[in-house]
Design a protein around this ligand. Sequence first.
Ligand code: HEM
Length: 218
Amino acid sequence: MSTTEQDRTDGATAAFSEAVKAASWEVHEHAEHSRYMQDLMAGRLDRAAYARLVAQQYFAYRDLEAASQRMADDPIGSRFVFPELYRLPALHADLDALLGRGWRSSIEPTPATAAYCGRLRDVAATDPGAYVAHHYVRYMGDLSGGQVIRRVVERTYDIADHAGTSFYVFDRVDPKAFKQQYRLRLDATPWTEPEKARIIDEVLLAYRLNTDVLAELA
Ligand code: HEM
C-alpha cells in the first residue's frame, strides 16, 4: 500500500482508527485470553489441535477473500482490497504440511465457523462498511498478535521453514508500516457518522464470531 493524497487526513477525521481500537479492545482481550489461545500460547496443545485452527481459518479466509474480490469495483470497499495480504495460498500450503495433501476431504467447518462464514458471505461480501470491519479484525490481528503466535507455534511444534505457519508470514508487506498505512486509510475514508457506528458494531460482531470459533476448538 502506498500513501496517497487521500490517505493524509486532517484532525477532524483522524481518530476513526483509534475509535475502532478503543471500542473493541475489551473484546480483543477476550479473544486473546480465550482458553484455546491461552493453551496454544503456553504450548499445551498438540499439533492436531493447532491443525484444527488452521482448518477453520481456511474456511473463513476463503469467504473473506471472496468478499474482497466482490469489493474490487466498489468505490469504498476497493480501498481495502489488498491482494498482497491474501492468506488463502498460505493456508493451502499449511494444510498440506499439517494434514497431508488429502486435507480437503478431511476437514469441515464447525457450527461456529459456519455462522462466521455465513456473515462473511451474506453481509461482508455485499456491504462495504461491514466488509472493512471483518477485514480489519482478521488482517490487523494477523499483522499484530499473529506475529507472536507464529514464533510460539514454530517453537512448540519444531517447525522449520514455516511449514505449517506460512499463514503468519507476510512476505509482501512490512507489518508495522502496513498497519500504520491501514489506520491512515481508515481515517481518510469519508465514512458518515452512522456508517462509523455500524462499522464498530460489525467489528464487535466479528470478534464475537471469532471468539465463538475459538471456544468451539477449546
Ligand atoms: C494470543 C493471541 C493474541 C495476541 C498475543 C494478540 C496481541 C495483539 C497485540 C500486541 C496487538 C497490538 C498491536 C499494535 O498496537 O500494533 C494486537 C492487535 C490486534 N489484534 Fe490481537 N492478539 C491476539 C489475538 C487476537 C485475535 C484472536 C484477534 C481477532 C480475531 C485479534 C485481533 C487484533 C486486531 C484487529 C488488532 C489491531 C488493533 C488496532 O491496532 O486497531 N487478536 N493483538
